[in-house]
Design a protein around this ligand. Sequence first.
Ligand code: SF4
Length: 319
Amino acid sequence: MSTHHAERPVLGVSSCLIGQKVRYDGTAKRDRWIVERLGKYVDYRPVCPEMAIGLGTPRPPIRLVGTPAATRVIGVEDASVDVTDALEGFALNTAATLRDVSGYVFMSKSPSCGMERVKLYNASGQAEKKGVGAYARVLMQALPNLPCEEEGRLNDPVLRENFVNRVFAYRRWQALRSTRLTAQVLIDFHARHKYMVMAHSQAAYQRLGRLLSHLKGVDLERVADAYEAEFMAALQRRAGRKRHVNALQHIQGYLKQRIDAGDKHELSDSIEAYRREEVPLVVPMKLLRHYFRRNPDNYIDRQWYLDPYPESLGLRNAI
Ligand code: SF4
């Protein structure tokens, strides 16, 4: 494959997840996979919003109070403490400094950093897991295309692979946006992500194609903004086994005239074994790459789907 991962992504991260002792009780919540595995291939920009707004450590705990539409962040022991505006203001300012990051890993359950299902207390003190951390909510609204995940959800192999795939795809997109925008670079980006997007959504691939179908005389910046939103939303969709099989079979078609019947059988068997959940995605993928190494094809060699992120992360061994 001619692809490579020269661009090292930078990820925002809740500081406690990389081992900084910034939690309300003076502890950290270091996550080994985030620090030791993913950290080999990305750089982190740690942010602790509660420390940043001057709460210090150790500090009295805070919690979400109200309704999903009207949530405040209030002191647990002293209800007159309300840090909502401070957290939201800090999130807005921080978002403006994170335009270059390619993803964000939040600490779950936190009234500041939690992405979802954070405890939200009503007026009578009962909690339901319906809240979103005040900092995370404003940050995600300000950067709607940024790949975001929580450390807990990253234990799920499918969500983990989906997140890392989005991070590296977003990095490539950001690299494109940092160069002079031309119709040709947009079309080339689209072509190289064909099978990756198809593995998530055929309809999205067609919508993206339509966005690029009339580029003469149009405002390319506006087209690129629309493309980015659609592209990142497509990759966030779960790439099911059926869609992967479909993409693998399409790619297999390029080998039709180039490999013999025995090799064809071996490849088909491997795709079928993946469909039946007997082997992980890495198995047919490796075989495909092996055949394309022996029978290079200019178009397939440039498909990011075959080499979307550093292989040594082993993400396709688990899905
Ligand atoms: S969850 Fe967020 S606010 Fe809480 S300690 Fe970690 S980084 Fe700071």
